[in-house]
Design a binder for this molecule. Structure first.
Ligand code: SF4
Length: 489
């Protein structure tokens, strides 16, 4: 890796096609509007979402299994010494039908037998970890998150078996938080009751959009009534923080459909909202070829949908967090923003950084703080390896000293919109050339730059991914013209 070169990275500039401009905010004067449109076109390029640094496509230095286990062990030692704890993420890949926008590792099936077998495999994997780590004391657990796929594909009893099996080898820290993603179409009162009994207080519901035409296009039909029932059932069962996932940039979305969706969201008043940009990567996710690309809002039209939804949410009392999340002022995500403990990982924005994060289940990603590791992505290979008694990691990345420091800066920008490197502990030679890579964003008033400091302006927030790209020492390794990432706008 070259740490000092001042050559430009991959372009954070060239542009896209002319768009239908009808969806842009009414409040902008025509000259400001034109300037804004040209900025959005200029910076609408393929780029990472920075849910990790280095981004997964740039992992190159795989840890061996002993190295990986040692890094987890070291991280657990530190967690115990600091009286924090570990996080566990469990991936449940099953879904009943394919949403055509899906970017997750999912397995579409109607077979209800697969859940029970899978739970046993995940518990076997957890046992392999516990045996290999040989801790003297039970592992302190501060976060448990079930994601997917659809975790509520599992029956209430399968969820109980999975969770109690994991908890058998840990001790919960006093501030432990348990959360689960769920699909309102397949979530029952019984499942919520079991989860609540076992300590789950956070529920994240996939909503995306309430407009019937959009729902048909993405093959995800669910009514506001279904979502209301799941939300109310969860609250009755003691869940205190409900998150809704929304997506902008889906086929046929308009300002009107966004208004309809956000108005429904306001009525149900979840504590948190993730308002993600649709990531169009059909070369990775062929399911995304089920709709026609001309029906997708892109560039300035797409960004206008976010800005429109954002305005309604801010008026409704939500606070904007990072580049695509919102929370009520009393929610811990907003507190974390004020206290500067906000973190960003594969699950989006979270209120704190917890290491190690141990990922269980097919395709799960783990983070020890000094290394990443990912499990096998193919369900059959994952299961076979676990059944053979192997911890099923298949790739990862050992963070170099430079990676660790640049990761800190990317995270600072993603969570606080500013970063600085005046102290030696936060400096690497690569940073000497940041200003050269930010010449255009500086000229476009997207950043303020000091000698050893970068601050994202209000206007620059829409271009956060582009700005982070200037701090990414791995990007130059990409073959020119090779499309790896979704577009930044
Ligand atoms: S429910 Fe989620 S994981 Fe499953 S197909 Fe739909 S978007 Fe993908």
């Amino acid at each position: 890796m070259d740490s000092t070169s001042t050559q430009p990275l991959v372009s954070i500039g060239p542009l896209a096609r002319a768009e239908d401009l009808s969806a842009l905010p009414d409040s902008l004067s025509s000259s400001t509007l034109t300037e804004w449109q040209s900025l959005l076109k200029k910076y609408d390029v393929p780029g990472p979402r920075y849910t990790s640094y280095p981004t997964i496509l740039h992992w190159s230095d795989d840890p061996t299994l002993p190295e990986w286990l040692q890094s987890v062990s070291d991280s657990l030692d530190a967690a115990e010494a600091e009286k924090t704890g570990a996080a566990i993420y469990v991936h449940i890949p099953f879904c009943r039908s394919l949403c055509t926008y899906c970017g997750c590792n999912s397995r579409i099936t109607q077979n209800t037998q697969v859940g029970g077998r899978y739970v046993k495999t995940v518990l076997q994997e957890w046992e392999l970890y516990c045996d290999a780590l040989q801790r003297q004391n039970p592992i302190p657990l501060t976060e448990l998150h079930l994601g997917g796929g659809t975790p509520t594909y599992l029956s209430a009893e399968e969820l109980r078996e999975l969770i109690t099996g994991i908890l058998a080898n840990v001790v919960r820290t006093p501030d432990a938080e348990f959360s689960i993603e769920s699909d309102p179409r397949v979530t029952t009162y019984e499942q919520l009751a079991v989860l609540s009994e076992l300590g789950f207080r956070r529920l994240s519901l996939g909503i995306q959009d309430f407009d019937p035409r959009v729902q048909r296009a993405v093959n995800r039909i669910q009514s506001e009534e279904q979502v209301r029932q799941t939300t109310e059932s969860a609250r009755e069962r003691g869940f205190t923080s409900i998150n809704y996932d929304l997506i902008y940039g889906l086929p046929f979305q308009t300002q009107q459909s966004i208004r309809q969706t956000v108005d429904a969201v306001k009525r149900l008043r979840p504590e948190r909202i993730a308002f993600y940009a649709y990531a169009h990567v059909p070369w990775v996710k062929p399911g995304q070829r089920h709709f026609t690309e001309v029906d997708l809002p892109t560039g300035d039209e797409k960004r206008a949908l976010y800005d429109f939804g954002r305005e309604i949410l801010l008026e409704a009392g939500y606070r904007e967090i990072g580049m695509d999340h919102f929370a009520l002022p009393e929610d811990s995500l907003w507190e974390a923003t004020l206290n500067k403990t906000l973190h960003r990982n594969f699950m989006g924005y979270t209120s704190r950084y917890v290491a190690p994060l141990i990922g269980l289940g097919v395709s799960s990603i783990s983070d020890s703080g000094t290394a990443f590791a990912q499990n096998e992505k193919d369900l059959e290979i994952y299961s076979e390896r676990v059944n053979r008694g192997e911890i099923p990691i298949f790739r990862g990345h050992k963070l170099s000293e430079q990676d660790r420091i640049l990761r800190r800066h990317v995270l600072n920008l993603m969570t606080r919109f500013e970063t600085e490197w005046s102290e030696p502990a936060f400096h690497v030679p690569f940073l000497n050339s940041v200003s050269k890579r930010l010449v255009e964003p500086l000229a476009d008033n997207l950043v303020n730059l000091g000698d050893e400091r970068c601050e994202v302006t209000e206007k620059g927030r829409a271009f956060l991914r582009n700005i982070c790209m200037a701090f990414d020492s791995h990007l130059r390794a990409d073959a020119p013209g090779k499309q790896l990432f979704s577009r930044t706008i």
